[in-house]
Design a protein around this ligand. Structure first.
Ligand code: CMC
Length: 433
């Protein structure tokens, strides 16, 4: 709390509200007593000015284009750390010692297999189902397979559920992929690192041994790291809202997966690559830029813009560099999608429409190019985002459950429907059309 108070004047009455300061970022006006004092609510659809919780996990400075996990800048983590270490950092708040890391790795790798009965559960889906539809269903169903870790009041069960989610989500996503292409499920291998194991579960087939390309594994690990958490975004807020009712963790994560799927959020990586392919060649770019600027056309440049970043998305900076490196190392010469992306970025960033609205490429603009080069179909992109973000959702869910100030999330509304009226018996109603 600061000594500052915010004063609100409504008519001839004045009300005071405390101003709270965090360790970084804007102060917040604590309006929890607003309704009791004034009989009024605030109105903030889309939560553009609302801090919904107090958190110690991730910090974003949207104007400066900065992202930190537990205080560590994302570019440092991308360069020096790896996804599993980042998982530890997000879940437990500090970078691990070598012993802590070895223990964590051991705990994660001991939980990578899914209950054998889940294989039959997959078989109930159509083969052409979108992987996100399958992942959403299977994650929700985990409560039915692992009901011994659904008591959220038990610290140990919460911990086991967290490890189970982080460890099994690659297996669940890889199985959704294998199912969609009619290939047998591949069991996890615990001697491989996190990304390599996922690649093997996706791309190996029984007739031959799959050799993981370290370049590809490193690029994928980077994608996982860059997507691991992102403060109170739509899917994380969904997980928190679901969890605020004390729902079990698997149900909460399934809610997060469902929210992430939308093209304005995690679905943007699939939509961005589809868009780049539709543009096809740089000479078609002006046509798409014109459509993005046309208020009568719902088309938006996918992979552009962000609610919080009003400068370059720091994840996009790393992703752009990695995309070029991966394509070079994989020997992909003159990739037309990368060429269109680079040219589109250049043209958009010099256009007053995008400059005035501070619209920059976001993380989803370049990630699809890397995933495509690795060999994933576009339908898998958002599922890979969900895999990466699971640890962030879990860390945020754990933080919320342990917060003594936790309350069920219950927004209010500005009601604009019919005022009170009396019921009309059906025979007295006239045709209103
Ligand atoms: N293309 C063209 N115009 C845009 C775009 C875009 N991608 N994004 C925003 N605008 C315009 C928008 O039309 C509005 O213009 P005006 O002020 O004239 O009405 C202005 O910029 C502000 O847009 P907004 O919709 O009020 O901004 P928002 O903060 O509500 O939306 C967003 C943020 C990410 C949903 C939006 O920028 C968007 O739809 N981008 C494309 C989808 C995308 O790439 N999403 C991934 C986000 S990053 C990863 C993640 O969150 O999962």
């Amino acid at each position: 709390m600061t000594d500052t108070v915010a004063t609100l004047t409504i008519g001839d009455k004045t009300f005071e509200f405390p101003v709270l300061s965090g360790s970084m970022g804007p102060d917040v006006i604590d309006i929890r007593s607003l309704y009791a004092k004034t009989g009024m609510f605030t109105y903030d659809p889309g939560f553009t000015s609302t801090a919904a919780c107090d958190s110690t996990i991730t910090f974003i400075d949207g104007d400066q284009g900065e992202l930190m996990y537990r205080g560590y800048p994302i570019d440092q983590l991308a360069e020096h750390s790896n996804y599993l270490e980042v998982c530890y950092l997000l879940l437990y708040g500090e970078l691990p010692t070598p012993e802590q890391m070895a223990d964590f790795e051991q705990r994660v790798t001991r939980h990578t297999m899914v209950h054998e009965q889940m294989h039959y559960f997959y078989r109930g889906f159509r083969r052409d189902a979108h992987p996100m539809a399958i992942v959403c269903g299977v994650v929700g169903a985990m409560a039915a397979f692992y009901h011994d870790s659904t008591d959220i009041s038990d610290d140990m069960q919460r911990e086991i559920a967290s490890i189970r989610m982080v460890a099994k989500i690659p297996t669940i996503v890889a199985m959704a992929y294998k199912y969609s292409i009619g290939q047998p499920f591949v069991y996890p291998r615990n001697d491989l690192n996190f990304a390599s194991n996922f690649l093997r579960m996706c791309f190996s087939v029984p007739p031959e041994e799959y050799v993981v390309d370290p370049v590809v594994a490193h690029a994928l690990d980077l994608i996982f790291t860059l997507h691991a958490d992102h403060e109170q975004n739509a899917s994380t807020s969904t997980v928190r809202l679901a969890g605020s009712s004390d729902a079990n963790p698997f149900a909460c994560i399934a809610a997060g997966v469902a929210c992430l799927w939308g093209p304005a959020h995690g679905g943007a990586n699939e939509a961005a690559l589809d868009m780049l392919r539709e543009i096809g060649t740089p000479d078609h770019i002006p046509e798409f830029i014109a459509r993005a600027k046309d208020k009568n056309d719902p088309f938006r440049l996918m992979g552009f813009g962000h609610r919080v970043y009003k400068s370059y998305d720091p994840r996009a900076t790393v992703m752009q560099k990695t995309a070029k490196e991966v394509l070079d190392l994989l020997g992909v010469k003159n990739n037309p999608t990368l060429q269109v992306a680079q040219e589109l970025e250049k043209i958009a960033l010099s256009d007053p429409y995008f400059i005035e609205r501070k619209l920059y490429p976001n993380v989803d603009f370049y990630s699809g190019i890397i995933l495509d080069a690795i060999g994933f179909p576009t339908s898998m992109f958002t599922a890979i985002f969900a895999l990466s973000r699971t640890v962030g959702w879990i860390a945020q869910w754990k933080e919320m459950i342990a917060d003594p100030q936790k309350k069920i999330g219950r927004p209010r509304q500005l009601y604009n429907g019919a005022p009170t009226r009396d019921y009309e018996p059906i025979g007295n109603r006239w045709d209103r059309t």
